[in-house]
Design a protein around this ligand. Structure first.
Ligand code: KG4
Ligand code: ZN
Length: 342
């Protein structure tokens, strides 16, 4: 068994990316196909669930075929089917789950349902073959902000979460307010490189008594107030400075909480994951803080930070090795909690 190859076909359709990948032995990505619906949703300034589901149905088969083709394998050479079954948009998740069930039933292959956040965390294993739990991971995406100790594969201890908006959501909302297109995170990231992060002082949200929790609605409101005031007074807003200052305020809280958690929980390895982990400002601030503290810092390449199926294949592999198997009754679970298995 140990010397045998385990090839996983992984499927991810939790939000606005239709993705499929083939992953061998947990860390070797043989293919990673992502069909993004961003252009379709941009018109509405955010993800429209019904449009997402419909588009997943159209794209899922060609995306899987492409993933098999790129990996130069056929379904006969696949050993396990892995799929995201939550959290996410229910109609979107259902497309991937139904597809995965159909393939595993038709081919008599084991089916492994994966938690989307476990997938994001696992993205770190792809390019860091030496990385093994335990480590601390900050998960920052469009829907989630969690500071977690990865105790073992598939075993998490959540230290902190957001009380309101997710980090990516805050980026998207601020971007929209200054006229940037959806998704706003990469746009703010780009603009921030040309601005002064100290030009405007925005609040750094802290919650009394819970040092690891986050709150981003305060900084978001402060940005909106700043914009309104300037508009009323007919003053010009320097968008580069605003983007840089906003980003700085979010990044500094993320880094501060993560460093504190690493120190207090004696974690020498610190990782970041999720769409916002692609942020240049966050990566460099986290890198610098880790260097100062003597921690080793890990982050995935941008393509593995935002939604993809390769990370689901990695997580499915470790779940499979632990004995996780799902039946034909596997359903989409929009509010699935981390560490919970249904
Ligand atoms: O992980 P992801 O693809 O989807 C979810 O699971 O939510 O994350 C998408 C989020 C969006 O909010 C997007 O604006 C943000 O990640 N994002 C970024 C960057 N790239 C994507 N935020 C800040 N800087 C970036 N470079
Ligand atoms: Zn995601």
């Amino acid at each position: 068994m140990e010397n045998e190859k385990t090839r996983i076909l992984a499927i991810e359709t939790s939000c606005d990316e239709t993705a499929a990948a083939v992953v061998e032995n947990g860390r070797q990505v043989l293919s990673n196909v992502i069909s993004s619906q961003i252009e379709l949703h941009r018109l509405y300034g955010g993800v429209v669930p019904e449009i997402a589901s419909r588009n997943h149905i159209e794209k899922i088969n060609p995306v899987i075929e492409q993933a098999l083709k790129d990996a130069q394998v056929t379904l006969d050479e696949i050993d396990v089917v892995g799929v995201t079954y939550g959290p996410g948009l229910v109609g979107a998740l259902l497309v991937g789950v139904a597809e995965a069930k159909a393939i595993s039933y038709a081919r008599s292959l084991p089916l492994v349902g994966v938690h989307h956040i476990e997938g994001h965390v696992s993205a770190n294993y792809i390019e860091h073959p030496e990385l093994e739990p335990p480590f601390l991971c900050l998960v920052v995406s469009g829907g989630h902000t969690n500071l977690v100790i990865v105790e073992d594969h598939g075993q998490f201890r959540i230290l902190g979460s957001t009380r309101d908006d997710a980090a990516g959501e805050a980026f998207d909302k601020v971007a929209r307010a200054i006229g940037l297109r959806y998704p706003g995170g990469p746009e703010i990231d780009r603009l921030a490189r040309e601005g002064d992060p100290h030009a405007i002082t925005f609040p750094r949200a802290k919650i009394d008594g819970t040092p690891y929790d986050f709150s981003f609605s305060g900084v978001k409101s402060a940005v909106l107030n700043y914009l309104n005031q300037h508009k009323m007074q007919g003053q010009e807003v320097i968008r580069e400075d605003l983007a840089a200052s906003f980003q700085q305020s979010v990044v500094s809280v993320l880094v501060e909480h993560t460093m504190r958690a690493a120190r207090e929980h004696h974690m020498e390895r610190v990782a970041i994951a999720g769409g916002v982990a692609a942020n240049q400002g966050l990566q460099s601030a986290m890198q610098a803080a880790c260097a100062e503290e003597g921690f080793t810092f890990y982050h995935p390449s941008p393509i593995y930070c935002t939604d993809n199926a390769a990370m689901i294949g990695v997580a499915a592999y470790y779940e499979y090795r632990k004995g996780t198997r799902h039946g034909w009754d596997l359903n989409a679970v929009p509010h699935l909690r981390l560490g919970e298995h249904l």
